[in-house]
Design a protein around this ligand. Sequence first.
Ligand code: COA
Length: 140
Amino acid sequence: MIDLEIRTAAEADAEAVLAFWKEAAEGTSITDDVDGVTRLVGRDPEALILAESGGRLVGSVIAGYDGWRCSLYRLAVHPAYRRQGIATALLDAAERRFRALGGRRGDAMVLVENARAQRAWAAAGYRQEDHWRRWVKPLG
Ligand SMILES: CC(C)(COP(=O)(O)OP(=O)(O)OC[C@H]1O[C@@H](n2cnc3c(N)ncnc32)[C@H](O)[C@@H]1OP(=O)(O)O)[C@@H](O)C(=O)NCCC(=O)NCCS
């Protein structure tokens, strides 16, 4: 296992996290800007969990808890650091947080085409539910 530090992000990390997601994450999101990340960290300072190795940002996950559901977003590991257990360590940290808050089930949206991610989620114990579709409406 590589030398790894898991910590929560601060507002000052926003730019670095956005740059990291461009390199490491799959897809983009409507909230991918400094204002989006700053609002997340301001509202819930423990939600954005980062993994660092030798001072370098190598992984992320958002563990959002709203009192009802435990929602996971932005699980990403730097391409040069994959298959070393970093996603596993991030999900462990996220799940510890959820359990401490009384959360009952982790919930992740995974792209249908993203087979690699599906294998990682399955390895971490998550199971696909087939009877849902995502419904969205941008709030103008
Ligand atoms: C998916 C991702 C986060 C996995 O990160 P990782 O640090 O490499 O994952 P881990 O090393 O913790 O892997 C844990 C287990 O998941 C499975 N797994 C992970 N990547 C896999 C791959 N490419 N192929 C097959 N199984 C894989 C394996 O069972 C693995 O255990 P093993 O290495 O002992 O066989 C990483 O590939 C990534 O950032 N992908 C791009 C972003 C993305 O798609 N994120 C998910 C959005 S829903």
